[in-house]
Design a protein around this ligand. Structure first.
Ligand code: AMP
Ligand code: ZN
Length: 437
């Protein structure tokens, strides 16, 4: 395969050199972070009063973890490492898990961020001849402006269409010959399921690739989008605390996401014991950002569950690859005492061809027990008035889910295109159980 590199010296840097680069950047970041009120205190507690307190990458482990709660407690200025007049932008997390947290950028930070995103985009085979339609929210969410800047840096023609409004998305796609899409995986599936209704077919478009991220999805979902739209889908991972997109991305091998280790130091920990796991073992991703001055963050607990591939990638990049994120250490559902990740259910239903593109998991109390209902759309070829095949499908879904998660769910089938679609991150779980306070 003909691989493309944005910055070959960095992307293929020998690991020893990469680690030396990380250490130099880490020491500079520690020095700068002493200017924030949060890290001045945090570092003092760990006995670090200058960059000399960090002589090796191992020394980073003396610094306690930073959590989302720390960011909230330090709102609005405790994490700011530069003068306020040098801040040129802020972004805030979508607040999926509570009050949003704020990250500040100076001009250099924005330039660096764009170049990491450009590296991701270029590595998938895109060039300035591509037309890029950014079907994700602009504004405080980092996905819109983050991809926008990276795509412009590659030189693609960028259509800042934002999320939602499928009718207009189709028109833009056709009129300007869009070749590359960026969206959540659920929105890509939604677009596909609306195509026929809106009077289009694949031949009306010039689509080649899509970048899908911002929410967990399975390998089956990726394949489904690829098969339906006849494109290559690349997994994109980022989080607002670490700038947003541009943290880790799949190369043309589409087998694991290269995490840019010249910009981030990654660790995987056991979320219960908080110990670092052994190389290649799964756990929670912890990140230190090296490529941002305005808001330093050290050992940030992402809550995202993943692990590293240990074998090198055939593409020649030396930056380690993350496994597909399966969920978060905090979105686990406990159903009658059994731990269930929504991704386990998605994996089962998205592997079935008769099932449509949208689903919803509802958890309720039924007396003292928990009850889980899986509502899923049927594929476009299945008719809701023919009860025999429907009953058979319902039973098949129920049995397969039970075999996978050991819990017997109720299964509801809904007409193709009838379950609600969210414009941002898909809401896949409704937990209606009363909370103990
Ligand atoms: P936000 O800070 O609002 O951008 O949300 C970031 C979170 O979205 C991450 O911590 C992940 O939980 C999730 N996320 C982003 N990209 C992916 C991806 N490719 N796969 C799975 N989860 C993702
Ligand atoms: Zn690779």
């Amino acid at each position: 395969m003909d691989y493309q590199y944005w910055n070959p010296e960095i992307e293929k840097m020998p690991r020893a050199d990469l680690q030396a680069l990380q250490l130099a950047k880490l020491r500079a970041a520690v020095e700068r972070a002493l200017g924030t009120s949060f890290y001045r205190k945090r570092f003092a507690g760990a006995g670090i009063t200058s960059a000399d307190g960090v002589k090796s990458l191992e020394d980073l482990k003396r610094v306690p973890f930073t959590t989302k709660q720390d960011l909230r407690d330090g709102f609005p200025w405790d994490f700011l490492g530069i003068a306020r007049e040098d801040v040129v932008r802020l972004h805030a997390s979508s607040g999926t898990t509570g009050i949003p947290t704020t990250i500040y950028f100076n001009r250099g930070d924005l330039g660096r961020w764009a170049s990491y995103v450009a590296r991701c985009i270029y590595g998938t085979g895109c060039t300035k001849r591509d037309v890029f339609q950014n079907m994700i929210s602009y504004g405080l969410f980092t996905g819109g402006l983050g991809f926008h800047a990276g795509a412009e840096e590659v030189g693609m023609m960028v259509i800042p269409s934002g999320s939602g409004n499928t009718t207009r998305q189709f028109r833009l796609m056709r009129d300007f010959g869009t070749t590359v899409l960026h969206a959540t995986p659920s929105f890509l599936l939604h677009v596909e399921s609306r195509m026929k209704e809106e009077g289009y077919s694949l031949e009306d478009f010039a689509l080649k690739r899509a970048f899908a991220g911002a929410e967990p999805y399975s390998e089956d979902t990726r394949r489904r989008i690829e098969d339906l739209l006849h494109i290559d889908v690349f997994n994109s991972y980022g989080l607002s605390e670490m700038n947003g997109p541009g943290v880790a991305f799949e190369c043309q091998e589409k087998n694991g996401l290269h995490l840019w280790e010249d910009g981030y130091i990654a660790e995987i920990i056991n979320p219960e014991t908080l110990e670092n796991t052994r190389d290649g073992e799964p756990g929670e991703l912890v990140l230190t950002i090296l490529c941002r001055e305005a808001t330093p963050l050290f050992r940030y607990r992402t809550r995202d569950l993943t692990g590293f591939y240990t074998e090198p990638c055939p593409c020649g990049r030396t930056h380690r690859r993350l496994r597909r994120i399966t969920g978060r250490s905090d979105d686990m559902l406990i159903i009658n005492g059994v731990n269930v990740f929504p991704s386990q259910i998605e994996e089962v239903i998205m592997a079935m061809r008769e099932v449509g593109n949208n689903y919803l998991i509802v958890v309720e109390k039924d007396g003292v027990l928990d009850r889980i209902t899986v509502k899923t759309e049927v594929g476009p070829d299945i008719f809701m008035d023919d009860s025999r095949p429907l009953n058979a499908l319902r039973e098949k879904i129920r049995k397969t889910i039970q075999a996978s998660i050991t819990i017997n769910p109720r299964v509801e089938l809904h007409e193709h295109g009838s379950l609600p679609v969210s414009e941002g991150k898909a809401v896949r779980v409704k937990d209606l159980r009363p909370r103990d306070v």
